[in-house]
Design a protein around this ligand. Structure first.
Ligand code: ATP
Length: 498
């Protein structure tokens, strides 16, 4: 029969979803009865775990809520009002007397619980879905798990368990999306361990303002070569550098603030330099632009990369060998008891000495001597503090011999791992993102240190350098002079004469 002209239309297939019964309802009755106690036990354990997790995440809120309820039941509303008043008074006294511990114990905890609930827990699911960090498999959604949160005001540190099949790069690619979603200025991604990340949501940079240098220590009693304070870390702690048994390599583009790190080190060492327990020698291939600002602190300083600089390096290499021979069998490594001064060799632009020297023979001699000093100098009490703008292997082929590395502002992402070692960028060290408006800010990693830390070196002004030079020389040194602005009405010839 022809269908033409027919008004018959096939009915749509009936798409009624069949009700799906849970699998256990299909078990025989006796099996359900046997499984019941186990299921109940599992439920109790699950409940306990959930309560434990809540207590772990919101301890202050939960304990306060329980105590408020208990006091109200025990003493009524008036009792509760008096108790709350007493608590407020105690907190006020604590705040007045010891602000530091009050902030650590109360303020940070309250802020953490508030932000965990109000910002992260409430929006986690939506943000994960919208930024494409959830995965679907067989109609099931797999979502990254939100872990511990710690809020310090300037930064929220959020732990995350990734979904299987994700990589840290997936999160790095979405760092901006996450920052905007959670109203942060930026987001740093760091790998904690396989499958676990730590996200730092930054609300402001605590290192925006220069860190003033503390007063010069008059006596060398408190100066410890194992922890020399050269600035402040972003968490507000002192930035300490170890020189004993270490060499330091500082890398940064021009204007990154390498000079401030160098002078902050010398500033801290000044009392030991004055008493002769530390001997500072320097090479500044840029004609003394940097080290020439306070040459008084150096026992010897060379202002080029020519034969004098190479001779100085060879002299130090010979000292290293001589000390090693003398200490052999007597002491394991340098200490003040050996009677020898601790030698600190500062090289302001390593590349000029080791790579850019046009005379091949001089270049090879410099490399040989530097290799001897860096590879053998740690035990005999010789430390190298070297700075360079370009961290590539061709420039400093033995950068691995510097256990302490400092990455100041860098040009490229790839340079971060070159300076701080493989995996440093995965751990959040974004030295290529340091602003040019914050010279002196750096990411640093020391041998044996698990994570790189971000810090800012003290700001050493020209006046500070004069103070330093005067302190070392034992007489007044004034190099930074502010000249009066010339009188514009005067003719040129008279102005020059004035
Ligand atoms: N820690 C700091 N805090 C504040 N300002 C700083 C700090 N360090 C350096 N600066 C300022 O930044 C500018 C550049 O610093 P500096 O000369 O030390 O850089 P650099 O890395 O040594 O550059 P170059 O390689 O060209 O010598 C200077 O004007 C200095 O005053």
């Amino acid at each position: 029969m022809s269908m033409q002209g027919s008004r018959w239309i096939d009915p749509a297939p009936l798409e009624v979803e069949r009700p799906r019964l849970p699998w256990w309802t299909l078990l025989p009755r006796w099996a359900q009865v046997v499984a019941l106690p186990f299921v109940l036990m599992w439920l109790v354990v699950w409940l306990l775990v959930q309560v434990g997790r809540l207590l772990w995440r919101y301890p202050l809120t939960l304990v306060a809520a329980v105590l408020v309820g208990w006091v109200q039941l025990a003493t009524g509303w008036w009792g509760l009002a008096f108790t709350l008043l007493a608590v407020v008074v105690v907190l006020g006294v604590w705040w007045r007397v010891h602000l530091g511990s009050f902030t650590r114990s109360v303020v940070v905890q309250v802020r953490t619980e508030r932000r965990r609930f109000g910002v992260y827990a409430c929006q986690w699911r939506a943000v994960m879905r919208l930024s494409g960090l959830v995965k679907a498999h067989r109609a099931k959604e797999y979502r990254p798990a939100l872990g511990l949160v710690r809020s310090h005001g300037w930064r929220d540190r959020v732990r995350v368990r990734m979904v299987k099949g994700q990589s840290p790069q997936d999160w790095e690619l979405r760092a901006d999306n996450l920052a905007h979603a959670f109203h942060a200025r930026s987001c740093r991604v760091r790998v904690r361990k396989p499958g676990r990340l730590e996200l730092d949501f930054l609300h402001r940079d605590p290192l925006t303002h220069p860190v003033p240098v503390p007063a010069l220590a008059e006596s060398d009693d408190g100066v410890d070569l194992r922890k020399i304070t050269v600035g402040r870390t972003e968490t507000g702690k002192p930035w300490r550098i170890r020189l004993l048994g270490r060499h330091l390599l500082g890398v940064g583009v021009t204007g990154a603030g390498k000079g401030s790190l160098l002078w902050a080190l010398v500033w801290a060492l000044a009392p030991l330099i004055r008493t002769g327990r530390v001997r500072l020698v320097g090479i500044d291939p840029k004609g003394g632009m940097e080290l020439g600002q306070a040459p008084e602190v150096f026992r010897r300083v060379v202002f080029d990369n020519g034969p004098d600089a190479v001779a100085l390096l060879e002299e130090i290499a010979a000292t290293v060998k001589e000390r090693a021979t003398r200490y052999r069998g007597a002491v394991r490594s340098w200490s003040a008891a050996t009677g020898d001064p601790f030698i600190v060799l500062v090289v302001d632009e390593l590349a000029d000495v080791l790579a850019y020297q046009p005379d091949k023979q001089l270049r090879e001699r410099a490399n040989r001597a530097m290799q001897t000093i860096t590879s053998q100098g740690r035990a005999p009490g010789v430390a190298v503090v070297g700075f360079v703008q370009d961290p590539r292997k061709e420039v400093v082929s033995f950068r691995h011999l510097f256990p302490t590395r400092v990455a100041m502002r860098l040009d490229e992402k790839a340079q971060v791992d070159m300076v701080l070692g493989d995996g440093a960028r995965e751990q959040g060290a974004a030295a290529h993102e340091i602003s040019e408006h914050t010279p002196g800010v750096a990411w640093t990693k020391d041998e044996g240190q698990r994570e790189p830390l971000r810090a800012r070196a003290f700001h050493i002004t020209d006046t500070d350098l004069d103070t330093l030079a005067s302190f070392a020389a034992g007489r007044l040194v004034r190099r930074a002079q502010v000249l009066p602005f010339p009188d514009q009405s005067m003719p040129w010839t008279e102005r020059d004469a004035a």
